[in-house]
Ligand binder design. Structure first.
Ligand code: SAM
Ligand code: SF4
Length: 324
């Protein structure tokens, strides 16, 4: 369906857990209390929401977290979501730690894509960013995913003073493998507020020094706001998700579902529609559909990240609770 600004909303990001096995410094750097099991939507409830969303034209779903694979039953849930009538696309965003053993099942169920978050190619920097990650395990997962033929992308967040030096080596992943490598500009959400990132134009200038014959990709590539370039001889493309400097709200096609059942129309704002309470009070599919509809119609014209100075933003949740 269309929102009040004429944007077609056909994509939902679903966070199935706020828990994570890593402690990325810009996302969840320390142990924090997680949402209790009773407050987390059951898989059955999420599927009910998806069923209603499908009827409104939301046909593409991205499953995220926290880390989706730390929730027991993630794979059977993905399979059921994939099989839901009307669902056109199910993709996954993961830190890759538990990916390798899951690849055969993901392939078998026909998952439409896997995004692996990887901010560096250096094991020491990886450890320093993620607190407790094992680079080789993530790399193994990434390689298994791409070798299986599942469309695989890398998402990287570059932070000034932390991993800016890894830009070129991350870009080179797309030279060696048929993997799109995308650079996401850090957003001042949660712990992200303590870091400065890099915008597209800064990174492109750096890239042009090494690859002056790169070309803009004009054809659409994927569901999201990334803009891509191609480099001759590379097997994958390089993408930029310039959330702050390249505000793309005018073409935003998405809503979000948090793991505790809040339908979130925009990343920047803290408000949303509680779907869990009505669901647990026995809401019919029609009522659920009306609530999702309300959420879509509440979608604001745009975020105001760029207007922030020291005051913080309306959204008080952390990225691990929202799902990115
Ligand atoms: N754990 C999974 C993962 O890391 O892919 C899924 C959840 S994680 C919140 C989803 C994405 O959000 C990751 O690519 C992560 O790098 C990104 N992210 C986290 N905090 C961010 C921030 N403040 N700004 C931009 N991206 C952020
Ligand atoms: Fe976990 Fe993903 Fe956040 Fe890292 S970015 S702490 S892997 S949820």
């Amino acid at each position: 369906m269309k929102d009040q600004y004429g944007r077609t909303i056909d994509y939902m990001r679903i966070s199935i857990t706020d828990r994570c096995n890593l402690r990325c410094r810009y996302c969840m750097p320390e142990d924090i209390p997680s949402i209790s099991h009773e407050e987390i939507l059951r898989f059955e409830e999420i599927l009910q929401i998806c069923q209603s969303a499908v009827l409104l034209g939301i046909r593409k779903f991205k499953v995220t977290g926290g880390e989706p694979f730390v929730r027991k039953g993630c794979l059977p849930f993905l399979k059921r979501l994939k099989e839901l009538p009307g669902v056109e696309q199910v993709t996954l965003t993961t830190n890759g730690m538990l990916l390798a053993p899951a690849v055969p099942m993901l392939k078998e169920m026909g998952i439409d894509g896997i995004n692996v978050s990887l901010d560096t190619t250096d094991p020491h920097t990886f450890q320093s960013i993620t607190g407790r990650g094992d680079f080789s395990q993530v790399w193994e997962g990434l390689m298994a995913a791409q070798a299986s033929g599942i469309r695989t992308k890398v998402n990287a967040v570059l932070l000034q003073g932390v991993n800016g030096q890894d830009f070129e080596s991350l870009v080179r992943i797309a030279e060696a493998y048929p993997i799109d490598v995308r650079f996401i500009e850090i957003m001042p959400i949660g712990y992200g507020q303590g870091y400065q990132g890099y915008d597209r134009s800064t990174l492109l200038t750096r890239l042009a020094g090494q690859f002056p014959d790169y070309q803009e990709v004009t054809a659409s590539r994927g569901n999201g706001p990334a803009s891509y370039i191609s480099i001759p001889g590379f097997r994958g493309c390089i993408g930029f998700i310039d959330a702050i400097h390249g505000k793309f709200c005018g073409s935003c096609n998405r809503i979000r579902l948090t793991s505790d059942g809040m339908l979130k129309p925009c990343l920047y704002y803290g408000d949303g529609i509680d779907l869990k309470t009505p669901l647990r009070q026995g809401a019919s599919q029609k009522q659920l559909r009306e609530l999702i509809c309300q959420g879509i119609l509440k979608k604001p014209a745009c975020h105001q990240f760029q207007a922030q100075n020291t005051g913080g933003i309306p959204e008080q949740r952390r990225m691990s609770q929202i799902g990115g």
